[in-house]
Write a protein that binds this ligand. Structure first.
Ligand SMILES: Nc1nc2c(ncn2[C@@H]2O[C@H](COP(=O)(O)OP(=O)(O)OP(=O)(O)O)[C@@H](O)[C@H]2O)c(=O)[nH]1
Length: 312
């Protein structure tokens, strides 16, 4: 007779490791996610949280086997925290070896990790916080956004100081000094386009046993979302408008239909921008999301060459 299975002696089913990638708007999170996916030999599910109403990042993530899930229009560390559990369950049902969470650019990665670990079956691999070497010092000095940026380094296992190519010596030195203060003793990897040695991505130092503590920052009160859905835009006027966008716009991205040329991906981060011809767009036309600190910014007007704000 076959002896009964010794259930207690069976290995516990493996917990799925979760890595959270955070960092301020435009710091390079999607770029890093794509590098990880390109180097991966295992199945990685990616959960992408975009603060804007269109999940541009999800469309740009190069995962070809349906393993990308998206949550847009808020932040999973505060206003959309109730969405993370069901999204992670959906991710686990896809049977991945690992899960990557791309936090929103205003979210607190540590809080996202804490929420994620309330889900049974997951364990934390790492919290990675990215920073933009060009902008970090100015962001921290900004009375509106400085607190949000500083809190993103709380609990990070690894800090990635990105955009090093564009920073210049003075800004790079300021960014390094800021990180010595904000993330003392943490490993800081300096990168261009998130070219990170993949062996740095393992092993959390955090011990997260409970639900998130303390008051969350209500990012919806500080950061505002804008949408632009317009007819094709002529390139010269568009380029002039992109160079003149106000300083309280922090991020603008999505697809622009350029008159006579067709679609292009627009990536605008704190005044620096690129237009990449071709399209991952889900639909034709110009569809952009912006994030900034001004409540009533008329981005459509600005990009179409009309002056200033709504309501005037
Ligand atoms: N010059 C330069 N550009 C970079 C670097 N890393 C990323 N970029 C560009 O910066 C823009 C924003 O990069 P993303 O990877 O989308 O940044 P993100 O953090 O995912 O942005 P959000 O999700 O909107 O917060 C894109 O145009 C990237 O190509 C870098 O090291 N140097």
């Amino acid at each position: 007779m076959t002896p009964p299975l010794n259930v207690a002696a069976r290995p516990a089913p493996g917990l799925i490791p979760v890595t959270v990638i955070g960092g301020f708007l435009g710091s390079g999170k999607t770029t890093l996610v794509n590098r990880i996916l390109a180097a991966a030999t295992t199945r990685i599910a990616v959960l992408v949280n975009d603060f804007g109403d269109i999940n541009v990042d999800a469309a740009l993530i190069r995962s070809d086997d349906g393993l990308t899930l998206e949550l847009s229009g808020g932040c999973i560390c505060c206003s959309m925290a109730e969405g993370i559990g069901p999204a992670l369950v959906a991710a686990m049902e896809k049977g991945p070896d690992e899960i990557l969470i791309e936090a929103s650019g205003v979210g607190e990665p540590r809080r996202v990790a804490e929420f994620a670990l309330l889900e049974r079956g997951l364990k934390l691999d790492m919290v990675v916080t990215m920073a933009n070497a060009v902008e970090l010092a100015a962001q921290l000095d900004d009375p509106l956004i400085g607190d949000t940026v500083a809190r993103q380094f709380d609990g990070a296992d690894l800090v990635v100081l990105n955009h090093v190519d564009a920073a210049g010596d003075a800004r790079l030195a300021e960014a390094r000094a800021a990180l010595r203060r904000l993330a003392p003793g943490k490993t800081v990897a300096e990168t261009t386009r998130a070219a990170l040695p993949m062996e740095l991505l393992a092993g959390s130092t955090l011990s997260l046993l409970s639900a998130p503590q303390g008051d969350p920052m209500a990012h919806d009160h500080v950061f505002h979302r804008y949408r632009v859905d317009t007819a094709p835009l002529p390139r010269p006027a568009l380029e002039a408008a992109l160079d003149a966008l106000p300083a309280d716009l922090l991020r603008l991205k999505g697809w622009v239909d350029i008159t006579g040329e067709g679609p292009a991906l627009l990536q605008w981060v704190a005044g620096r921008w690129e237009l990449i011809p071709g399209s991952d767009a889900q639909e034709s036309g110009t569809h952009l999301v912006g994030i900034g600190t001004q409540p009533d910014l008329d981005l459509t007007g600005l990009l179409s060459g009309k002056p200033l704000k709504t309501g005037q």
